[in-house]
Design a binder for this molecule. Structure first.
Ligand code: PEP
Ligand code: MN
Length: 346
């Protein structure tokens, strides 16, 4: 439910309405100050509201139900695009945010070589999994805390903020003590305890879409994080499972404009997992930017043939550098830009 205030309603009138809603009805409010008018969003059990009481208050124009199942994630609720900083870059707004790095952290030399290369190519953040969600229990599971230490060392060397996955609620404090952004993997999109714990950390979250999740389910997962008071959520489209077998997943390009319409949260495309083959990654990445994505997360490995996970979909640094140049041109065509990385120069 939203309370639409009249054009020209005074701050005192707005304040009185907020007070009534919070104190009398025990609901939480979220105030959105638009150019024309103020909108007060209500969170909680709205059955407690007596509409007539609110409608009689000074400055109130009308009450409007929120048509979507999620609230805090809804553009109806918060019309302005979100923007927040990660390291020295901004996500949201006209600048694109590019994350790159290997699927898994494997060794010090691999991490440092990749971090320097992706920074040189124009990335704004470094990715790398220390805890890996693998389909098979016999596959490489990640270096764990050692991997986190190597990520921190690569950040130290390059200034790039670090994006890394956390797989369970009990690991949130450990991973959060090293990471700049917590990644919640596709397989964990509906791990509600993890969403809540990650939300509580206060760190920015990269939330990946489940391979068979609808966009409503995806946004309801984001709602769990937002409801912890953490508004720094990036939504990541990483491909969905369809009948097509010639690629690992099917990139749901539609999801980008649909999400941009239904929510104000930034949308990041992962063309590596959505295609599963390095040959297709750049084409799909370009399509994502043209479709309005706010950024990319791309797997890059200096020696993909030696990678312990996802080598087949990893770009070599040189190809990634070419992709960033192409993205700069596409960005310009759609009114965006790729900001220079303004991190620490070692
Ligand atoms: C990854 O980013 O390496 C990963 C495991 O992604 P997803 O959760 O999208 O499969
Ligand atoms: Mn991967």
């Amino acid at each position: 439910m939203m309370i639409i205030m009249r054009h020209g309603a005074t701050p005192t009138q707005v304040q009185k309405v907020i007070q009534r809603v919070e104190e009398t009805y025990g609901l939480q409010t979220h105030v959105s100050q638009g150019k024309e008018r103020t909108v007060i969003g209500l969170v909680g059990d709205i059955r407690r509201i007596i509409p007539d009481q609110l409608l009689r208050m000074e400055g109130v124009e009308r009450l409007m139900p929120i048509s979507r199942p999620y609230k805090l994630a809804s553009r109806e609720f918060i019309p302005q695009d979100a923007s927040f900083t990660i390291g020295s870059a901004t996500v949201g707004g006209d600048g694109l945010f590019i994350i790159a790095g290997p699927c898994s952290v494997e060794s010090r030399s691999q991490m440092l070589e990749t971090a320097h290369a992706v920074k040189e190519a124009g990335a704004h953040a470094l990715r790398g999994g220390a805890f890996k969600p693998r389909t098979s229990p016999y596959s490489f599971q990640g270096l764990g805390e050692k991997g986190l230490e190597l990520l921190a060392e690569a950040r130290e060397a390059t200034g790039l903020p670090v994006v890394t996955e956390v797989m369970s609620p009990d690991l949130v404090p450990l991973v959060a003590s090293y990471a700049d952004v917590l990644q919640i993997g596709a397989r964990n999109m509906q791990n509600f305890a993890l969403l809540t714990a990650a939300g509580k950390s206060g760190l920015p979250i990269l939330l990946k879409r489940g391979p068979s999740a609808t966009l409503d389910e995806f946004l309801l997962a984001a709602e769990y994080i937002l409801s912890q008071g953490n508004r720094k959520v990036m939504l990541c489209e990483r491909g969905i499972r369809t009948f097509e077998t010639s690629t690992r997943n099917t990139t749901d390009i539609n999801a980008i404009p649909v999400l941009k319409s239904h929510t104000y949260l930034p949308v990041i495309l992962d063309p590596s997992h959505s295609t599963g083959h390095w040959e297709y990654v750049s084409a799909v990445a370009r399509a994502g930017i043209a479709a309005g994505a706010d950024g990319l997360i791309v797997e890059v490995h200096p020696h993909p043939e030696e990678a312990l996970s996802d080598g087949q979909q990893s770009l070599k640094p040189q190809r990634f550098a070419t992709l960033v140049k192409q993205v700069q041109q596409i960005a310009a065509a759609v009114g965006r830009r790729v900001p220079d990385f303004a991190g620490v120069t070692p």
